[in-house]
Design a protein around this ligand. Structure first.
Ligand code: GLC
Ligand code: CA
Length: 555
């Protein structure tokens, strides 16, 4: 297996809108990020992945871009960006940009021209189709954010495809001009000195030419078989690699929902010349009760078998990302741990141990290192996220599912859980802004905040700091081979890592009950690398406390 810096790196994701507001308008911004670089340096992370900061009308908080080479006014200016990049580099921190090129905003110049007539030179930049004879959309596909995936445009009496919101028209990657424009734009950012790209829904850029109705799931047909991992996706990524990526020492990670381990070996194979790693969702996706919406936790055996399959099948062949949450997922501790006060810290540390000891590049989503929790929503008027707003309308206001039934599901999984402001201190608005924040602050900021946690050596923050430092000293955490123990346990997640003579034993109690574990003979008496409780591990049979986690090392 090749050794590379991005396999060894720990990545910290910033959602700029919610990270730090420097000018009191209630919206996080680039200067806010620059101001907090010392905090990130102290934590010890290597790379920042920044959610989109480009010019955008914010239909989907920046994932709808109207100019790829300009900065969103609310976030600052290009000079602010350059300053952030320079200061981050001074501190040895790299910056990976979000690349959103499956679609643009409908306010992008390309789209404005494209829709102006049938024969303008930008027409073929997007995907236009005639409606059916009765005037309904070309097929039954539903968009990710509700409603049809087709929007009628009266200027030319045709429909355009949008797999996300109607303000996010899909680009036509089969058009070589689209590809060369995107590649030129990427080169422009690379020349600026950025350190890589996180590629938004990159597995969806190639669509099949035939666009038949999809299997109906919920209200609309599924476009998946025709738009995800489409016919030319690998060809286009190889072209991107040849024309741009291969010329720079950068990190690339592809958001590839629905990817299998087999496909991942192509997207992010050691020598397939596409991307460095995939960011896949199999372990955070279950069977929702209503579309993706559910209030149920996944059984531990299922979580373990999914994660373990990714560990073993990619070993030596391809590279994966490790994460429990991001800006599209609820908070890790509320979903996989236990956010009741007596268990929040210990379970947050347990989850961190479990994840950082696996193979892959770990991602920390802002606030995860503090054990930030889901938000206690009071009503749908508190949602800011287009997906949650539309889903509430589509499932609830329509009368399909009663509020009492749907509410626990949408509040458990809403993306807004991750988007409440970063909790910096116990002052008003958690120190995030001196103004009115664009989205409510979680009221638990008085207890859970960076100021308190950086001052407390026993905090979740310091536990993450220690895990990050351990990764630098123990190549086995990066390169060791993984083996699952106790496959059938619904309580414990235990595994080993092996690198030459060295071996790690990782044991995590995922329950709020005491659970007995028998330490394998070869690890009895071996030193503890890290543990979330002050216990001793020198006996063979250990009664683990709720959410206890420990790692033993044998050399
Ligand atoms: C990705 C992003 C998500 C966004 C969507 C459309 O899944 O992570 O936030 O809404 O793509 O760009
Ligand atoms: Ca601001």
């Amino acid at each position: 297996m090749n050794k590379t810096w991005w396999k060894e790196a720990v990545i910290y994701q910033i959602y700029p809108r919610s990270f730090m507001d420097s000018n009191g308008d209630g919206i996080g911004d680039l200067k806010g990020v620059t101001d907090r670089l010392d905090y990130l340096k102290y934590l010890g992370i290597d790379v920042i992945w920044m959610s989109p900061v480009y010019k955008s009308p914010n239909d989907d908080n920046g994932y709808d871009i109207s100019d790829y080479q300009d900065i969103m006014e609310e976030f600052g200016t290009m000079a602010d960006f350059d300053e952030l990049l320079a200061k981050a580099h001074e501190k040895g921190i790299k910056i990976v940009m979000d690349l959103v090129v499956n679609h643009t905003s409908d306010e992008h110049q390309w789209f404005i021209k494209s829709k102006s007539s049938k024969n303008n030179e930008y027409r073929d930049y997007y995907i236009w189709r005639e409606g059916k004879a009765d005037g309904t959309p070309p097929n039954n596909w539903g968009s990710c954010f509700g409603g049809s995936a087709w929007e009628y445009d009266e200027t030319t009496d045709m429909y355009y495809l949008h797999l996300f919101s109607r303000k996010q028209p899909d680009l036509n990657w089969d058009n070589p001009e689209v590809r060369s424009n995107v590649f030129n734009m990427m080169t422009w950012w690379c020349e600026k000195g950025i350190d890589g790209f996180r590629m938004d829904v990159i597995s969806m850029i190639s669509k099949t030419a035939e666009m038949p109705d999809g299997k109906v799931n919920g209200l609309y047909g599924d476009y998946g078989p025709y738009c995800v991992h489409g016919p030319n996706v690998h060809k286009y990524l190889q072209e991107m690699n040849e024309k741009v990526l291969s010329k720079y020492d950068i990190m690339t990670v592809g958001e590839t929902a629905g990817v299998t381990t087999e496909l991942a070996k192509q997207y992010a194979g050691e020598d397939t010349n596409e991307l460095n790693m995939v960011f896949q969702f199999e372990h955070v996706e279950g069977d929702g009760k209503y579309g993706k919406w559910t209030d149920e936790q996944l059984p531990l055996t299922r979580l373990k078998s999914t994660l373990s399959r990714w560990q073993t099948e990619l070993y030596g062949k391809a590279w994966n990302s490790l994460f429990w949450n991001n800006h599209d997922q609820p908070r890790a501790v509320s979903r996989f741990g236990d956010d009741r006060p007596q268990y929040r810290e210990v379970s947050a540390k347990m989850l961190a141990t479990c994840l950082h000891m696996m193979q892959g590049s770990p991602y920390i989503y802002q606030g995860e290192e503090l054990g930030m929790t889901n938000y206690p929503f009071h009503g749908p008027e508190e949602f800011r996220d287009i997906e949650s707003i539309n889903a509430y309308k589509e499932w609830c206001e329509s009368g399909r599912v009663p509020h009492e039934t749907f509410w626990p599901c949408i509040t458990f999984k809403s993306r807004d859980n991750a988007r409440t402001p970063m909790q910096w201190d116990d002052s008003a608005q958690a120190g995030f802004t001196t103004g009115t924040p664009w989205i409510a602050v979680n009221p638990n900021y008085r207890e859970i905040n960076a100021k308190a946690e950086t001052a407390d050596p026993a905090s979740v923050f310091h536990y993450y700091k220690k895990l990050i430092a351990l990764r630098k000293q123990n190549p086995i955490m990066v390169y060791g081979n993984y083996e699952l123990l106790l496959e059938d346990s619904e309580e414990l997640f235990a595994y080993t890592r092996t690198l030459e003579q060295e071996k790690l034993l990782v044991v995590c109690n995922f329950t709020d009950k005491k659970t007995v574990f028998t330490i394998p003979a070869e690890f009895v008496g071996m030193p503890c690398l890290i543990s979330n409780l002050d216990n001793r591990y020198d006996k063979q049979d250990i009664a683990l406390e709720p959410y206890e986690a420990f790692v033993l090392r044998k050399k």
